[in-house]
Design a protein around this ligand. Sequence first.
Ligand code: KG4
Ligand code: ZN
Length: 336
Amino acid sequence: MIILGFESSCDETGVALVCTERGLLSHALHTQVAMHAAYGGVVPELASRDHVRRVVPLTRTVLLQAGLNLTDVDAVAYTAGPGLAGALLVGASVAQSIAWSLNLPAIPIHHLEGHLLSPRMVDPCPEFPFVALLVSGGHTQLMRVDDVGAYILLGETLDDAAGEAFDKTAKLLGLGYPGGPALARLAEQGDPERIVLPRPMLHSHNLDFSFSGLKTAVLTRLRDVQALHGPVTESMQADLAAATQAAIVDVLVAKSVSALEQTGLTRLVVSGGVGANRLLRERLAQRLAKKRAQVFFPPLEFCTDNGAMIAFAAAQRVSRGLVDLRAPRSHGFDVR
Ligand code: KG4
Ligand code: ZN
């Protein structure tokens, strides 16, 4: 079965074709990063309008790349949420329209399920069960994943997400948007030990996180430095970036290890935009190697938002019989 998938929950328009037997056939992405950069963050109205402009050309591209026509498609999947309402509506409307016109099933997919299953798109494919560390701009969660659709929440952030902590700190340091990759780049030049930042909830004896205090701690340090030494130098900025990244990564690694210990599982799957962070990848690989556990990361292009993960999640659901393809195709909008 060939599934055409759409992702438009935030600032990336992603379209992909996945075959339930052969896997990913083609995918295309347009990122709006350059457009939003001037405003220091995502402007929802601009995001929706850009999705409208991009979605049809990207659909043409993926069909062309795979050598297929729209009539070869057997089902259409789309991100139903969570995300920006206007942005979600673009992907949902296009998917529903195609499904309606070709009398195909339309499959709504939870954005986080897309991230969660994305590491299974490539080899080596993590077998179930595994622990998933889902670290995106809006979510930080540890989940026990027993199968497609069988997810148990083990812990989550009580306030800011890990990606949000990267982004907000980057903003404080004047690094612009998107903050996470910029902060990670600057951190490469800094000393993570010159400024010590708190590791929130490191010893909380549960699998929850809290990152909002971190940005306040950075702000306080920034003010202290300014009061004592005047304007913040580039090297101090780099040290603050390195200290922030180290604090976030320490907590993510420690809690992931605890989640493996508590569940008795030996596989950790990392997904979501922060999964692109080099230090996080290195630290997890080191820690889990010592524990004889495995860690799986999606390739960088599938860490951040993309259409492939949505089409793929739908394909996994279809393969396991979790989608009733014969159900009356009510094409009401399912946007959360
Ligand atoms: O999964 P994603 O693309 O979108 C959401 O669903 O939120 O994640 C975006 C988040 C942003 O907060 C971004 O700053 C962060 O992932 N991010 C990174 C890196 N690349 C993206 N954070 C740290 N290091 C990176 N290399
Ligand atoms: Zn995402």
